[in-house]
Design a protein around this ligand. Sequence first.
Ligand code: NAD
Length: 334
Amino acid sequence: MRISVFSTKPYDRQFLTDANGGAGHELTFLEPRLSVETAPLAAGADAVCVFVNDVVDRPVLEKLGQQGVRLVALRCAGFNNVDLAAARDLGISVCRVPAYSPHSVAEHTLALILSLNRNIHRAYNRVREGNFALDGLLGFDLHGKTVGVVGTGKIGATVLEILKGFGCVLKAYDVAPDPDCVAMGVAYVSLEEVFAVSDVVTLHCPLTPDTHHMVDEALLARARTGLMLINTGRGALIDTRAVIGALKSGHLGSLGIDVYEEEAELFFEDLSNFVLRDDLFARLLTFPNVLITGHQAFFTREALSGIAETMIANVTAFQDSGAPLHPVSVERLA
Ligand code: NAD
Protein backbone atom coordinates (compact mmCIF):
# COMPACT_ATOMS: atom_id res chain seq x y z
CA MET A 1 0.00 0.00 0.00
CA ARG A 2 1.05 3.61 -0.46
CA ILE A 3 1.58 5.17 2.98
CA SER A 4 2.18 8.88 3.61
CA VAL A 5 4.13 9.19 6.84
CA PHE A 6 3.53 12.55 8.55
CA SER A 7 5.73 14.24 11.20
CA THR A 8 8.73 12.24 9.98
CA LYS A 9 11.99 12.52 11.90
CA PRO A 10 15.24 10.85 10.84
CA TYR A 11 14.70 8.04 13.35
CA ASP A 12 11.17 7.35 11.98
CA ARG A 13 12.61 7.02 8.47
CA GLN A 14 15.26 4.57 9.70
CA PHE A 15 13.03 2.30 11.80
CA LEU A 16 10.04 2.31 9.42
CA THR A 17 12.24 1.60 6.40
CA ASP A 18 13.83 -1.35 8.23
CA ALA A 19 10.44 -2.74 9.34
CA ASN A 20 9.01 -2.37 5.82
CA GLY A 21 11.81 -4.55 4.40
CA GLY A 22 9.81 -7.65 3.40
CA ALA A 23 6.36 -6.06 3.39
CA GLY A 24 7.04 -3.90 0.35
CA HIS A 25 4.75 -0.96 1.08
CA GLU A 26 5.52 2.34 -0.63
CA LEU A 27 6.48 4.82 2.11
CA THR A 28 6.50 8.57 1.46
CA PHE A 29 8.18 10.43 4.28
CA LEU A 30 6.75 13.90 4.98
CA GLU A 31 8.18 16.23 7.61
CA PRO A 32 5.09 18.42 8.25
CA ARG A 33 2.59 17.62 10.97
CA LEU A 34 -0.77 16.45 9.58
CA SER A 35 -3.33 19.26 9.62
CA VAL A 36 -6.05 20.53 7.36
CA GLU A 37 -3.39 22.54 5.47
CA THR A 38 -0.99 19.61 4.99
CA ALA A 39 -3.60 16.86 4.32
CA PRO A 40 -3.29 17.39 0.51
CA LEU A 41 0.29 16.06 0.76
CA ALA A 42 -1.29 12.61 1.16
CA ALA A 43 -2.78 12.74 -2.36
CA GLY A 44 -2.49 9.30 -3.95
CA ALA A 45 -1.91 7.50 -0.65
CA ASP A 46 -4.04 4.58 0.62
CA ALA A 47 -3.00 5.15 4.23
CA VAL A 48 -1.49 7.84 6.41
CA CYS A 49 0.86 7.07 9.27
CA VAL A 50 0.61 9.62 12.09
CA PHE A 51 2.08 10.38 15.52
CA VAL A 52 0.87 11.89 18.81
CA ASN A 53 0.56 15.55 17.79
CA ASP A 54 -0.79 15.13 14.25
CA VAL A 55 -4.28 16.59 13.97
CA VAL A 56 -6.77 13.94 12.83
CA ASP A 57 -10.07 15.74 13.37
CA ARG A 58 -13.17 15.69 11.16
CA PRO A 59 -12.03 18.35 8.62
CA VAL A 60 -8.69 16.53 8.18
CA LEU A 61 -10.39 13.14 7.84
CA GLU A 62 -12.83 14.58 5.27
CA LYS A 63 -9.91 15.83 3.18
CA LEU A 64 -8.06 12.52 3.51
CA GLY A 65 -11.21 10.57 2.57
CA GLN A 66 -11.80 12.73 -0.53
CA GLN A 67 -8.24 11.87 -1.62
CA GLY A 68 -8.84 8.13 -1.26
CA VAL A 69 -7.16 7.47 2.09
CA ARG A 70 -8.77 4.41 3.73
CA LEU A 71 -6.59 3.87 6.79
CA VAL A 72 -5.11 6.04 9.54
CA ALA A 73 -2.25 4.06 11.10
CA LEU A 74 -1.07 5.59 14.37
CA ARG A 75 2.55 4.89 15.33
CA CYS A 76 1.75 5.31 19.03
CA ALA A 77 -0.56 3.83 21.68
CA GLY A 78 -2.70 6.87 22.50
CA PHE A 79 -5.40 7.88 19.99
CA ASN A 80 -6.88 10.96 21.70
CA ASN A 81 -5.91 13.08 18.65
CA VAL A 82 -8.23 11.13 16.29
CA ASP A 83 -11.95 11.89 15.83
CA LEU A 84 -13.10 8.26 15.80
CA ALA A 85 -16.75 9.12 15.14
CA ALA A 86 -15.76 11.11 12.06
CA ALA A 87 -13.56 8.23 10.86
CA ARG A 88 -16.48 5.82 11.21
CA ASP A 89 -18.84 8.20 9.35
CA LEU A 90 -16.33 8.52 6.51
CA GLY A 91 -15.53 4.79 6.33
CA ILE A 92 -11.87 5.32 7.27
CA SER A 93 -10.29 2.63 9.47
CA VAL A 94 -8.03 3.61 12.36
CA CYS A 95 -5.38 1.43 13.97
CA ARG A 96 -2.71 1.94 16.61
CA VAL A 97 0.25 0.27 18.28
CA PRO A 98 -1.27 -0.87 21.58
CA ALA A 99 1.89 -2.35 23.06
CA TYR A 100 5.58 -1.72 22.51
CA SER A 101 8.13 -2.04 25.22
CA PRO A 102 6.21 -0.76 28.25
CA HIS A 103 9.70 -0.78 29.79
CA SER A 104 10.67 2.27 27.72
CA VAL A 105 8.06 4.51 29.35
CA ALA A 106 8.21 2.80 32.75
CA GLU A 107 11.99 3.20 32.97
CA HIS A 108 11.77 6.86 31.93
CA THR A 109 9.19 7.36 34.69
CA LEU A 110 11.74 6.03 37.18
CA ALA A 111 14.40 8.28 35.63
CA LEU A 112 12.16 11.30 36.33
CA ILE A 113 11.40 10.19 39.89
CA LEU A 114 15.05 9.53 40.75
CA SER A 115 16.43 12.63 39.00
CA LEU A 116 13.87 14.91 40.60
CA ASN A 117 14.26 13.39 44.05
CA ARG A 118 18.08 13.50 44.06
CA ASN A 119 18.25 16.75 42.04
CA ILE A 120 20.49 15.20 39.39
CA HIS A 121 19.48 17.92 36.90
CA ARG A 122 20.71 20.62 39.27
CA ALA A 123 23.79 18.72 40.44
CA TYR A 124 24.93 18.26 36.83
CA ASN A 125 24.96 22.02 36.25
CA ARG A 126 26.49 22.83 39.63
CA VAL A 127 29.42 20.47 39.24
CA ARG A 128 30.17 21.86 35.77
CA GLU A 129 30.35 25.32 37.36
CA GLY A 130 32.74 24.11 40.04
CA ASN A 131 29.99 24.33 42.70
CA PHE A 132 30.18 21.25 44.90
CA ALA A 133 27.88 22.54 47.67
CA LEU A 134 25.05 20.19 48.64
CA ASP A 135 22.55 22.74 49.97
CA GLY A 136 19.29 22.41 48.06
CA LEU A 137 20.05 18.91 46.78
CA LEU A 138 18.53 16.98 49.72
CA GLY A 139 16.43 14.00 48.62
CA PHE A 140 14.61 11.15 50.37
CA ASP A 141 14.96 7.35 50.39
CA LEU A 142 12.49 5.88 47.93
CA HIS A 143 12.62 2.68 49.99
CA GLY A 144 9.57 2.50 52.29
CA LYS A 145 7.79 5.44 50.62
CA THR A 146 4.23 5.15 49.32
CA VAL A 147 3.92 5.43 45.55
CA GLY A 148 0.54 5.69 43.82
CA VAL A 149 0.04 4.61 40.22
CA VAL A 150 -3.01 5.90 38.33
CA GLY A 151 -3.76 3.50 35.47
CA THR A 152 -2.32 0.02 35.93
CA GLY A 153 -2.28 -1.13 32.30
CA LYS A 154 0.88 -2.31 30.58
CA ILE A 155 3.02 0.69 31.54
CA GLY A 156 1.56 1.29 35.02
CA ALA A 157 1.98 -2.40 35.93
CA THR A 158 5.61 -2.31 34.77
CA VAL A 159 6.24 0.79 36.90
CA LEU A 160 4.74 -1.05 39.88
CA GLU A 161 7.02 -4.06 39.31
CA ILE A 162 10.09 -1.80 39.27
CA LEU A 163 8.94 0.12 42.37
CA LYS A 164 8.40 -3.15 44.22
CA GLY A 165 12.12 -3.74 43.77
CA PHE A 166 12.80 -0.38 45.43
CA GLY A 167 10.83 -1.50 48.50
CA CYS A 168 7.98 0.98 48.05
CA VAL A 169 4.46 0.68 49.48
CA LEU A 170 2.29 0.36 46.36
CA LYS A 171 -1.13 2.00 45.92
CA ALA A 172 -3.11 2.26 42.70
CA TYR A 173 -6.27 3.54 41.12
CA ASP A 174 -7.76 2.10 37.93
CA VAL A 175 -11.32 1.76 36.64
CA ALA A 176 -10.45 -1.90 35.96
CA PRO A 177 -8.13 -3.23 38.71
CA ASP A 178 -5.66 -5.90 37.60
CA PRO A 179 -5.59 -9.11 39.75
CA ASP A 180 -1.90 -9.59 38.84
CA CYS A 181 -1.12 -6.24 40.46
CA VAL A 182 -3.12 -7.22 43.55
CA ALA A 183 -1.10 -10.46 43.69
CA MET A 184 2.06 -8.31 43.56
CA GLY A 185 0.91 -6.54 46.73
CA VAL A 186 -0.66 -3.45 45.20
CA ALA A 187 -3.61 -1.99 47.14
CA TYR A 188 -6.30 -0.44 44.93
CA VAL A 189 -7.93 2.62 46.50
CA SER A 190 -9.89 5.64 45.23
CA LEU A 191 -8.17 8.33 43.17
CA GLU A 192 -8.55 10.75 46.10
CA GLU A 193 -6.92 8.27 48.48
CA VAL A 194 -4.01 7.66 46.09
CA PHE A 195 -3.28 11.40 46.24
CA ALA A 196 -3.92 11.66 50.00
CA VAL A 197 -1.58 8.87 51.09
CA SER A 198 1.20 8.85 48.47
CA ASP A 199 4.63 10.48 48.55
CA VAL A 200 4.86 10.04 44.78
CA VAL A 201 1.98 9.74 42.28
CA THR A 202 2.57 8.77 38.66
CA LEU A 203 -0.06 8.90 35.88
CA HIS A 204 -0.43 6.09 33.31
CA CYS A 205 -4.05 6.19 32.16
CA PRO A 206 -5.17 7.28 28.69
CA LEU A 207 -6.48 10.76 27.96
CA THR A 208 -10.25 10.54 27.51
CA PRO A 209 -13.12 12.93 28.29
CA ASP A 210 -13.24 11.23 31.74
CA THR A 211 -9.57 11.76 32.50
CA HIS A 212 -9.15 15.27 31.03
CA HIS A 213 -7.80 17.50 33.85
CA MET A 214 -8.21 14.58 36.27
CA VAL A 215 -5.52 16.28 38.39
CA ASP A 216 -7.24 19.58 39.17
CA GLU A 217 -7.24 22.09 42.02
CA ALA A 218 -9.63 20.01 44.16
CA LEU A 219 -7.58 16.81 43.85
CA LEU A 220 -4.31 18.64 44.50
CA ALA A 221 -5.82 20.22 47.63
CA ARG A 222 -6.39 16.69 48.98
CA ALA A 223 -2.88 15.53 48.14
CA ARG A 224 -0.27 14.87 50.78
CA THR A 225 1.88 17.97 51.37
CA GLY A 226 5.15 17.67 49.49
CA LEU A 227 3.79 15.20 46.91
CA MET A 228 5.98 14.42 43.88
CA LEU A 229 3.72 14.28 40.80
CA ILE A 230 4.92 12.51 37.64
CA ASN A 231 3.15 12.52 34.28
CA THR A 232 4.35 10.45 31.34
CA GLY A 233 0.77 9.75 30.19
CA ARG A 234 -0.75 12.68 28.31
CA GLY A 235 -0.40 16.38 29.12
CA ALA A 236 -4.08 17.18 29.57
CA LEU A 237 -4.44 14.65 32.41
CA ILE A 238 -3.14 17.60 34.45
CA ASP A 239 -4.65 21.09 34.74
CA THR A 240 -1.38 22.99 34.34
CA ARG A 241 -2.70 26.19 35.96
CA ALA A 242 -3.77 24.25 39.06
CA VAL A 243 -0.39 22.52 39.25
CA ILE A 244 1.45 25.84 39.01
CA GLY A 245 -0.73 27.17 41.86
CA ALA A 246 0.09 24.13 44.02
CA LEU A 247 3.83 24.48 43.25
CA LYS A 248 3.75 28.19 44.18
CA SER A 249 2.03 27.51 47.50
CA GLY A 250 4.53 24.73 48.24
CA HIS A 251 1.76 22.14 48.71
CA LEU A 252 3.02 20.23 45.68
CA GLY A 253 6.61 19.25 46.40
CA SER A 254 7.83 18.60 42.86
CA LEU A 255 6.69 17.85 39.33
CA GLY A 256 8.23 15.64 36.64
CA ILE A 257 6.56 15.66 33.22
CA ASP A 258 7.29 14.16 29.83
CA VAL A 259 4.03 15.46 28.37
CA TYR A 260 2.35 18.86 28.41
CA GLU A 261 -1.18 19.80 27.42
CA GLU A 262 -0.04 22.35 24.81
CA GLU A 263 2.99 20.33 23.70
CA ALA A 264 1.94 20.19 20.03
CA GLU A 265 3.31 23.70 19.54
CA LEU A 266 6.61 22.90 21.27
CA PHE A 267 7.80 19.34 21.39
CA PHE A 268 9.88 17.42 18.83
CA GLU A 269 11.30 20.65 17.31
CA ASP A 270 14.43 22.72 17.96
CA LEU A 271 12.94 26.05 19.04
CA SER A 272 16.10 27.34 20.72
CA ASN A 273 16.30 30.35 18.37
CA PHE A 274 12.72 31.44 19.02
CA VAL A 275 10.94 33.32 21.79
CA LEU A 276 8.88 31.03 24.03
CA ARG A 277 5.27 32.21 23.66
CA ASP A 278 3.60 29.75 26.03
CA ASP A 279 3.47 31.60 29.37
CA LEU A 280 2.36 28.58 31.40
CA PHE A 281 5.22 26.46 30.06
CA ALA A 282 7.63 29.36 30.67
CA ARG A 283 6.41 29.55 34.29
CA LEU A 284 6.99 25.81 34.75
CA LEU A 285 10.58 26.25 33.58
CA THR A 286 11.27 28.71 36.41
CA PHE A 287 10.74 26.17 39.22
CA PRO A 288 13.84 24.38 40.52
CA ASN A 289 11.62 21.46 41.55
CA VAL A 290 10.14 20.89 38.07
CA LEU A 291 11.81 18.54 35.59
CA ILE A 292 10.53 18.45 32.02
CA THR A 293 11.44 16.15 29.14
CA GLY A 294 9.94 16.63 25.67
CA HIS A 295 7.85 13.46 25.17
CA GLN A 296 10.84 11.13 25.01
CA ALA A 297 9.68 8.37 27.37
CA PHE A 298 9.00 6.03 24.42
CA PHE A 299 12.35 6.83 22.80
CA THR A 300 14.37 3.61 23.05
CA ARG A 301 15.68 1.42 20.22
CA GLU A 302 13.49 -1.46 21.37
CA ALA A 303 10.34 0.68 21.43
CA LEU A 304 10.97 2.33 18.04
CA SER A 305 11.58 -1.00 16.39
CA GLY A 306 8.45 -2.53 18.02
CA ILE A 307 6.34 0.49 16.97
CA ALA A 308 7.57 0.31 13.36
CA GLU A 309 6.99 -3.45 13.07
CA THR A 310 3.45 -3.24 14.46
CA MET A 311 2.55 -0.24 12.29
CA ILE A 312 3.68 -2.11 9.16
CA ALA A 313 1.90 -5.32 10.30
CA ASN A 314 -1.31 -3.29 10.79
CA VAL A 315 -1.14 -1.96 7.23
CA THR A 316 -0.30 -5.38 5.76
CA ALA A 317 -3.27 -6.97 7.57
CA PHE A 318 -5.53 -4.17 6.30
CA GLN A 319 -4.25 -4.74 2.76
CA ASP A 320 -4.75 -8.53 2.96
CA SER A 321 -8.00 -8.79 4.90
CA GLY A 322 -9.54 -5.32 5.00
CA ALA A 323 -8.98 -5.08 8.78
CA PRO A 324 -5.85 -3.93 10.65
CA LEU A 325 -4.49 -6.07 13.50
CA HIS A 326 -5.12 -3.44 16.16
CA PRO A 327 -8.17 -1.38 15.18
CA VAL A 328 -9.49 1.51 17.21
CA SER A 329 -13.12 2.50 16.77
CA VAL A 330 -15.92 4.28 18.61
CA GLU A 331 -17.80 0.96 18.83
CA ARG A 332 -14.91 -0.70 20.66
CA LEU A 333 -14.76 2.16 23.15
CA ALA A 334 -18.51 2.20 23.78
P1 NAD B 1 -3.04 0.48 28.69
O1 NAD B 1 -4.24 0.58 27.82
O2 NAD B 1 -2.32 -0.82 28.79
O3 NAD B 1 -3.42 0.92 30.19
C1 NAD B 1 -4.23 2.01 30.49
C2 NAD B 1 -4.87 1.76 31.84
O4 NAD B 1 -5.60 2.93 32.21
C3 NAD B 1 -5.86 0.59 31.82
O5 NAD B 1 -5.60 -0.30 32.89
C4 NAD B 1 -7.22 1.27 32.00
O6 NAD B 1 -8.17 0.48 32.70
C5 NAD B 1 -6.81 2.51 32.79
N1 NAD B 1 -7.82 3.56 32.74
C6 NAD B 1 -8.66 3.90 31.72
N2 NAD B 1 -9.46 4.92 32.08
C7 NAD B 1 -9.12 5.23 33.35
C8 NAD B 1 -9.60 6.19 34.28
N3 NAD B 1 -10.61 7.02 33.97
N4 NAD B 1 -9.03 6.23 35.50
C9 NAD B 1 -8.02 5.38 35.83
N5 NAD B 1 -7.53 4.45 34.99
C10 NAD B 1 -8.08 4.37 33.77
O7 NAD B 1 -2.07 1.64 28.20
P2 NAD B 1 -0.49 1.76 28.40
O8 NAD B 1 0.21 1.11 27.26
O9 NAD B 1 -0.15 1.36 29.79
O10 NAD B 1 -0.29 3.34 28.19
C11 NAD B 1 -0.87 4.28 29.09
C12 NAD B 1 -0.80 5.66 28.49
O11 NAD B 1 0.56 6.08 28.45
C13 NAD B 1 -1.27 5.75 27.01
O12 NAD B 1 -2.67 5.94 26.92
C14 NAD B 1 -0.52 6.95 26.49
O13 NAD B 1 -1.33 8.11 26.63
C15 NAD B 1 0.69 7.07 27.44
N6 NAD B 1 1.97 6.84 26.73
C16 NAD B 1 2.94 7.81 26.81
C17 NAD B 1 4.16 7.61 26.15
C18 NAD B 1 5.28 8.61 26.23
O14 NAD B 1 6.24 8.53 25.44
N7 NAD B 1 5.26 9.58 27.15
C19 NAD B 1 4.36 6.43 25.42
C20 NAD B 1 3.35 5.47 25.39
C21 NAD B 1 2.16 5.67 26.05
